[in-house]
Every structure is written in C-alpha cells, then in structure tokens.
Design a protein around this ligand. Structure first.
Ligand code: SF4
Ligand code: SF4
Length: 126
C-alpha cells in the first residue's frame, strides 16, 4: 500500500474540489495506475511562486507520505477535444517545482493525477 499525497495549484482551489483526482486515486486509474494499491494521506495547496512546495512536501514526508502527485490541471487544459498539453495548464514552472521537491525531499514525485492528456506519458521523478 503506497501512501500518497496530492499537491494542487492555488489557481484552481476555488473551482475544483479534486473530485476526479480522488476518484482516480480510489480506482487506481490515470496517474495512480502505477500502484497496485494506494491510499490518500494528505492534500496541500501550492502558492505562487512555488517555493512553498518544498516546505509542504517536507511536512508530508514527516507524516509518512511515500509519493507526491501534482495535479494534471497544473500542466494541461480542458478543451473541446478533452484535456490537452497544448498551451499548458495553470503552472508554467511545474517541472522545475517537481524537480526541486524531489531533489530536496527525496520523495518520489509524479506529474499527473486525473484525466491525463492523450499525448502525455506519465512523468515521474525518483
Ligand atoms: S486535476 Fe482535475 S480533478 Fe484534479 S484538481 Fe485539477 S481539475 Fe480538479
Ligand atoms: S507555482 Fe505553479 S503550481 Fe504553484 S500555485 Fe503557482 S501556478 Fe500553481
């Protein structure tokens, strides 16, 4: 059983209550399909410019979290054709932020949660 956490973007915190993120986690689908079994151990909200993500991740690590997923809406957009990578999502620097978190905490990180774009291969750190 892998203990996972989700970090979401403040730009979406008042629009989306992470419903599909949670559903995918429960059903081990999309970004969570890499686990045989997993359980949600926490959710944090990133704030611009993103430095806080390392602090939040250290807290998650101290609480026993084994992997951190960053929401798909940070790097993809919902369009008439579904979720696409083109034009990105809420965060221009999400790769650098994830890289920083992984380097500073050593926790495996995953870029993606729900509704992964068709042209996207799940990217992981650590
Ligand atoms: S990835 Fe989707 S379900 Fe998760 S917070 Fe973003 S918009 Fe909501
Ligand atoms: S740094 Fe990126 S992920 Fe963090 S709140 Fe800002 S836009 Fe969202």
């Amino acid at each position: 059983m892998t203990r996972v956490a989700i970090i979401r973007c403040e730009k979406n915190m008042d629009q989306c209550p992470l419903t599909t993120c949670f559903r995918c986690l429960r059903e081990k689908k999309e970004g969570f399909s890499i686990y045989e079994d997993c359980i949600l151990e926490g959710v944090f909200t990133c704030h611009c410019p993103g430095d806080v993500a390392v602090i939040l991740s250290k807290i998650l690590k101290a609480k026993g979290v084994e992997a951190i997923h960053f929401c798909t809406c940070t790097f993809a957009k919902n369009t008439d054709e579904g979720w696409v990578m083109k034009d990105g999502g809420f965060c221009e620097n999400i790769d650098e932020i994830i890289e920083h978190v992984n380097r500073e905490t050593g926790i495996p990180c995953v870029k993606g949660t729900a509704h992964l774009p068709k042209d996207y291969s799940l990217k992981t750190w650590g």
